[in-house]
Design a protein around this ligand. Structure first.
Ligand SMILES: [Zn+2]
Length: 328
């Protein structure tokens, strides 16, 4: 188990006026009316200067914010194409390769910003690039997955999507032809599903890969919350929620951990409805059943103090990264 530090370092960014320039869209839509404006983001956003040294922070608990309301705090999040049946492609869960054993894989993402106002992106592109940079540098770099940030674009005339309704992300991907362009789309809206979701993602066993992220959740600025980005990119690399039930709920004892829940035996079973208590500056899940002891730090849980993937989750993502790399 690795714990990854989460420090609040985003206050230095101001509004991002003037970051984008009008350009004809390249790619397959170039002959039609321009609908994408390229956004210029300083390269420094990809290499944050105040990143703490990894080794110094190895296994140190993060100084995270207090979970929103205890219990199932991240309930605004939901996957695209959620299915009640267990249709998971689990070949990367069963015996995933050792991290880095097959070399490094490249997963390129392209950031797309929905309009909120007169050519104003709903999310600050510099902060978005910075947050993605943290996920790349502190997580995926160590998994031999090169989470490469490609170009960034403002989606013109997209204000109707400022609150992205269910199905809206896929509609955008198709309407703007994003799937035909380089990189996996990450779409930034102001809110998702009326503010009820923080993000959504497709699983890699679907043909259409994309992620959508909300900039706002109540009073929270979600753009700087790297745990949401890590969580959604976890889905994109085949991970289910620790409390997932689409293949059956995983009991806390004798739970057949390969067949139920998240189909992975580490992290521990998660009934998904536990509260969080803070003891000795550490977060701990407090569940109705004493048999349940979920890890509130796991990125794929809904608890509010997420900062780690389990080692098997990391290997499963590495397995899927190889396939995603080959598709691009
Ligand atoms: Zn999720």
């Amino acid at each position: 188990m690795r714990y990854i530090p989460a420090t609040a370092i985003f206050g230095i960014f101001s509004a991002c006026g003037g970051l984008w320039t009008e350009e004809s869209a390249d790619g397959p839509l170039a002959s039609s009316a321009p609908r994408l404006s390229r956004i210029q983001i300083p390269l420094s956003a990809d290499n944050p200067q105040d990143q703490p040294n990894w080794d110094e922070h190895h296994d140190i608990l993060a100084d995270e914010t207090v979970p929103p309301s205890g219990g199932n705090g991240e309930s605004r999040e939901e996957e695209a194409q959620e299915e009640a049946t267990c249709s998971v492609d689990r070949h990367c869960h069963d015996s995933p390769p050792t991290i880095c054993s097959r070399g490094r894989f490249r997963v390129e993402v392209t950031q797309y910003f929905i309009e909120c106002g007169d050519q104003e992106p709903c999310a600050d592109p510099v902060v978005a690039a910075f947050t993605l940079g943290r996920v790349r540098l502190f997580i995926f770099e160590y998994l031999c997955i090169e989470l490469y940030r490609g170009d960034s674009f403002l989606l013109e005339d997209s204000e109707e999507y400022a609150d992205l309704a269910p199905g809206g992300a896929e509609e955008i991907v198709r309407q703007y032809g994003l799937a035909e362009r380089q990189g996996i789309p990450i779409i930034y809206s102001r809110t998702l599903n009326g503010g009820r979701w923080t993000g959504l993602a497709t699983y890699p066993w679907y043909n259409l890969l994309y992620v959508a992220l909300a900039a706002r959740g109540g009073n929270r600025n979600l753009v700087e919350d790297w745990s949401i980005v890590a969580h959604e990119i976890g889905h994109l690399h085949g991970l289910l929620h620790t409390q997932d039930t689409k293949c059956g709920a995983e009991p806390c004892v004798n739970g057949d951990c390969n067949q139920r829940g998240d189909l992975i035996c580490d992290p521990p079973p998660d009934p998904g409805n536990c509260g969080i208590v803070v003891e000795d500056d550490e977060f701990r899940a407090e569940c109705q059943s004493e048999d349940c002891n979920p890890d509130p730090h796991n990125f794929m849980s809904y608890y509010g103090c997420r900062n780690a993937f389990s080692s098997t989750q990391e290997r499963a993502m590495y397995c899927w990264a190889e396939e995603i790399d080959q598709r691009q």
